[in-house]
Design a protein. Structure first.
Length: 247
């Protein structure tokens, strides 16, 4: 698929880039089969090596378990495992981050109809920063189902990747750290609506979040995160392209 000079310029200016039709309809159908009934399957017999954050329904203990984040999703979907290392994805990444590309992680993000948690404003580098790394990581979020304003599509603050790392706060009710004004609407935010098979690439420093899913249908996304090989790590999880990692 590759990337044009105009698209690179858009990414460098705004901090994100939408690629329509990144993944074929056939592969999307295979992913849907791979993750069918994923909530019940992981509650009863979780796959070894994954990490799950569950939705908590304190007022309704009989509510069926729902996943809000499943780390290492390539372990539950052979198709996701294939896509994360595909040329259609890596060619775009190479134009953005250079030739030495390693997998950082892959996570499935189901957002249940009528139940999905909002994700407050944050920068991913707030989670990933250590004494030795630089904010050169890039995400690719794949739409497995349609994503729109009603069901809580991702929203970005264009250009905010140029503002540096902002101060974040830890919220005990959630699984992460977020910017002050966690859930407030922002006039400078842009919603990126996607059809199944579309992918959006975005910078580790861009401010982003998403609203709850107010529709009746589940919204299903998967985010692949990539790092420049050797950037701030004592070991590389998996080199996908370019030089091998030497500690």
């Amino acid at each position: 698929m590759g990337i044009t000079d105009k698209e690179i310029q858009f990414y460098e200016t705004n901090g994100y880039l939408l690629k329509k039709g990144l993944v074929s309809a056939e592969d999307i159908s295979r992913i849907v089969v791979d993750v069918d009934d994923i909530h019940n399957r992981m509650a009863e017999n979780p796959t070894q090596g994954i990490g799950i954050s569950w939705e908590v329904y304190e007022d309704d203990p009989d509510h069926p378990p729902l996943i809000k984040q499943l780390m290492h999703s390539e372990l539950v979907s052979p198709t996701l495992n294939k896509i994360l290392r595909s040329d259609s994805v890596l060619d775009v990444l190479e134009a953005m981050m250079g030739p030495d590309i390693s997998l950082y992680h892959s996570k499935l993000l189901p957002k249940a109809g009528g139940d999905g948690t909002a994700i407050p404003w944050h920068q991913d580098y707030a989670y990933w920063k250590n004494d030795n790394n630089k904010p050169v990581m890039i995400n690719c979020q794949l739409a497995i189902s349609e994503a729109n304003l009603e069901n809580g599509c991702i929203q970005f603050v264009p250009g905010s990747h140029n503002w540096g790392l902002q101060e974040h706060e830890r919220k005990h009710q959630t699984f992460g750290v977020f910017l002050p004004g966690h859930y407030q609407e922002r006039e400078d935010a842009v919603a990126v609506e996607m059809e199944a098979g579309d992918g959006v690439f975005f910078n580790a420093l861009i401010i982003h979040g998403s609203a709850p899913n107010e529709s009746e249908n589940d919204r299903l996304m998967n985010t692949f995160a990539y790092n420049v090989t050797g950037n701030g790590t004592s070991q590389s999880r998996e080199v996908l392209r370019g030089k091998e990692f030497n500690a």
